[in-house]
Unconditional design. Structure first.
Length: 157
């Protein structure tokens, strides 16, 4: 599956014009504010949730952020490798709809998977057929591919 992506930065959707041409379906929402340690853009999530299946890429580091994003309508959320193991396990107790953002901490990724985690985001190759992988690497035939929404629309997907 191909999932179009938008960016939120400084409380604004950067690809608003392109998003208006995409009426429904899955949407990868890169919340750059949340990734930078600022507040999540909950109002934007709430506005988008009625129309799209939201994958919130905020690389959350706190269990409460995971719970808040899911409550505001996210179908899936990303957590950071920097999240404390206990918080990660607590988050998996709240929901299984967590995508582990893998950047190289293999030990933490394996712990995530051994505790029931089933979703990984990585542009590196992750060898494990029991999980679902999200990536920007278009060469991955088994993965869900994340494309910028302008590129997604340009391909008429």
């Amino acid at each position: 599956m191909i999932i179009p992506a938008i960016n939120i930065l400084k409380r604004r959707i950067r690809e608003l014009e392109e998003l208006e041409r995409y009426s429904s379906g899955p949407l990868w929402v890169i919340d750059n504010d949340a990734k930078a340690g600022k507040e999540m853009n909950i109002n934007i999530y709430d506005d988008l949730a009625g129309q799209y299946e939201l994958y919130i890429d905020g690389e959350f580091k706190h269990r409460d952020d995971v719970a808040d994003a899911i409550t505001m309508g996210a179908n899936m959320v990303t957590i950071s490798e920097k999240m404390d193991i206990k918080k990660m396990l607590d988050s998996l107790f709240i929901t299984e709809n967590i995508i582990f953002y893998y950047r190289g901490n293999r030990e933490k990724m394996e712990r995530f998977m051994s505790e029931g985690g089933r979703y990984i985001y990585s542009d590196s190759y992750v060898e494990n057929t029991t999980i679902k992988i999200f990536t920007r690497n278009e060469k991955c035939s088994e993965c869900d591919i994340i494309l910028d929404i302008g590129e997604y629309n340009g391909r008429r997907n």
